[in-house]
Design a protein around this ligand. Structure first.
Ligand SMILES: Cc1cc2nc3c(=O)[nH]c(=O)nc-3n(C[C@H](O)[C@H](O)[C@H](O)COP(=O)(O)OP(=O)(O)OC[C@H]3O[C@@H](n4cnc5c(N)ncnc54)[C@H](O)[C@@H]3O)c2cc1C
Length: 487
């Protein structure tokens, strides 16, 4: 049986392990932290289970397919609940709208907002969904290892048809004039951490697929999905060693032969590296090319507040957005090295639908703001910076209906900064989403899943093809497992 070592138990490492175990490989995962999941992790306080980062579950079939592919029924592992409305959006002028996945309800809400708006929304939906289907068929689901893959006439035609050279904001503005709807769509299009006023309109597919496939919630929180994957790996005979830090990927005559860890050496002819690509080539492979990758563009980072509250808020939905004044500036600040003065916020409130998640608190809330990564700013994330920024956010929260007294309801409060992402998960430059997804760092132009020079070395994760986001990486594990089988 062929042996595979997987470095890192992030979503990419776990899913690749499952697919390789299913193909008959002997798989061992080495994770430096004491818990698997990477950035999709959990913070437990007074019995409450705070999802550490990811909370928005799109394209549910991708999450369940990995179970059916190995002959399992996902319902034996986790429970998924459809959420509708998918978002409640609060605007700084005190207006608020609910946006739905159910088309009839969405049309009704949009017609209330502005007569005729739903027609433009449907046009956006149609065009952006087409973009999604084409992206999957011609780019995301392809290995993108050889130049020939992008030089096919059909691939080039489909790429050009998707309007890639216009920015997200300009593209959306060409279809949607209503400022409320426009800002809601722009906010979601930057989920993968690119500047929507500067970068390609490709990512308008995110709000489209959120609508079409709906948003889903895993009972007990997102981390229950990680626990389900871990259970599946152990059932399939995989091994997982936590607290095991890989210090070096050992290469001999252009071929991997194993790894050196803080707990001894492991041998293998195949290594799947799930540690963040730029960090890995600099520290684990010590490839001189890392200087080139250092020069590339990186996605932004995040600041998150985790709040344990003594009250349940009926006005919040599971997913909430707060669009602040100076929206464009506040969004762009994260890409210009500054903390936004009037931050726009994403609020995740699982207590809305999950009685099991809040522990001893009446409810729990994550508040997330996009901030610059550590490469593009000089911000020093000390106590003073955190306190000031936290106060700024609290001030904005009080402008949301029902949250006017939130400061008095807080029983527990903690934070995540870019420094945590860097130190805990070795996210290079403390980014939330790895290398930026700008056009010239996408598809063939993103780091490849298979090392160009070292035999037996493969990569999966945010900074490699097909890119960042839980479902994108789950699907990416399919491509890499197939490549490994090809040898
Ligand atoms: C704040 C935030 C919010 C997000 N929200 C969403 C969302 O709502 N929906 C969504 O789909 N996506 C979301 N994402 C994106 C998604 O979480 C990531 O794309 C995904 O989790 C990255 O997975 P990965 O496979 O790249 O591995 P990572 O999560 O980067 O894990 C890599 C693992 O490797 C380990 N490791 C590193 N170096 C070593 C070493 N030397 N030895 C051993 N182990 C090592 C690390 O400890 C870590 O466990 C969000 C991301 C962030 C940061």
């Amino acid at each position: 049986m062929k042996k595979v070592l997987v470095v890192g138990a992030g979503i990419g490492g776990l899913c690749t392990a499952i697919r390789l175990l299913n193909k008959g490989y002997d798989v061992t995962i080495l994770e430096k932290e004491n818990r698997v999941g990477g950035k999709v992790n959990i913070k437990i306080k007074n019995g409450a289970r705070f999802d550490l980062t990811a909370s928005v579950l799109m394209t549910p079939k991708i999450y369940t397919d990995i179970f059916s592919e190995v002959g399992k029924d996902y319902r034996d592992y986790f429970e998924m609940i459809k959420i509708d409305p998918i978002y409640k959006v609060n605007y700084y002028d005190k207006n608020s709208y609910k946006y739905y996945s159910e088309l009839g309800k969405m049309v009704e809400e949009l017609e209330n907002l502005e007569e005729g708006l739903s027609i433009h929304y449907l046009e956006f939906l149609y065009k952006s969904f087409e973009k999604y289907l084409n992206s999957k068929k011609y780019f995301l689901d392809k290995p993108m290892i050889n130049k020939e893959e992008i030089l096919k006439l059909k691939t080039i035609t489909k790429f050009l048809e998707s309007n890639p050279f216009i920015t997200t904001s300009d593209y959306l503005k060409s279809i949607i004039k209503n400022q409320y709807l426009l800002n809601y769509l722009i906010f979601q299009s930057m989920y993968i951490g690119v500047n929507p006023y500067k970068n390609s309109s490709l990512y308008t597919l995110i709000p489209a697929i959120s609508h079409i496939y709906g948003l889903w919630y895993i009972k007990g929180g997102f981390y229950n999905y990680i626990e389900a994957l871990k259970k599946l790996i152990l059932e399939l005979g995989g091994k997982i060693y936590v607290n095991t830090e890989v210090e070096k990927i050992v290469i001999n005559k252009g071929k991997v032969i194993g790894v050196r860890t803080n707990r001894g050496n492991y041998k293998s002819d195949i290594i799947v590296c799930n540690a963040d690509y730029p960090y890995a080539i600099k520290n684990l492979i010590r490839n001189k090319d890392y200087k080139e990758i250092e020069k590339q563009d990186y996605s932004c980072s995040v600041f998150i507040m985790y709040l344990g509250l003594n009250k349940k808020y009926k006005d919040l939905q599971v997913h909430n957005i707060y669009i602040n004044k100076n929206f464009k500036k506040s969004i762009q600040d994260a890409f210009k090295g500054k903390l936004p003065k009037y931050p726009s916020l994403y609020l995740y409130y699982p207590s809305k639908i999950d009685e099991t998640i809040s522990g001893k608190f009446a409810s729990i809330l994550n508040v997330m703001v996009r901030v610059p990564n550590l490469k593009d700013s000089n911000i020093i994330w000390n106590k003073d910076t955190v306190q000031k920024f936290r106060n700024r956010i609290i001030k904005e929260l009080k402008n949301i209906d029902g949250l006017e007294n939130i400061e008095n309801d807080i029983l527990y409060e903690s934070y995540l900064t870019p420094i945590h992402l860097k130190h805990k998960f070795y996210a290079h430059n403390g980014t939330a989403f790895g290398l930026s997804h700008k056009l010239n760092q996408t598809a063939y132009f993103r780091p490849h899943i298979k090392d160009d020079n070292i035999k037996g070395l493969y990569y999966i994760g945010s900074s490699t093809h097909p890119g960042n986001g839980v479902s994108v990486i789950i699907d990416g594990s399919k491509i890499i497992a197939d490549e490994i089988c090809k040898g």
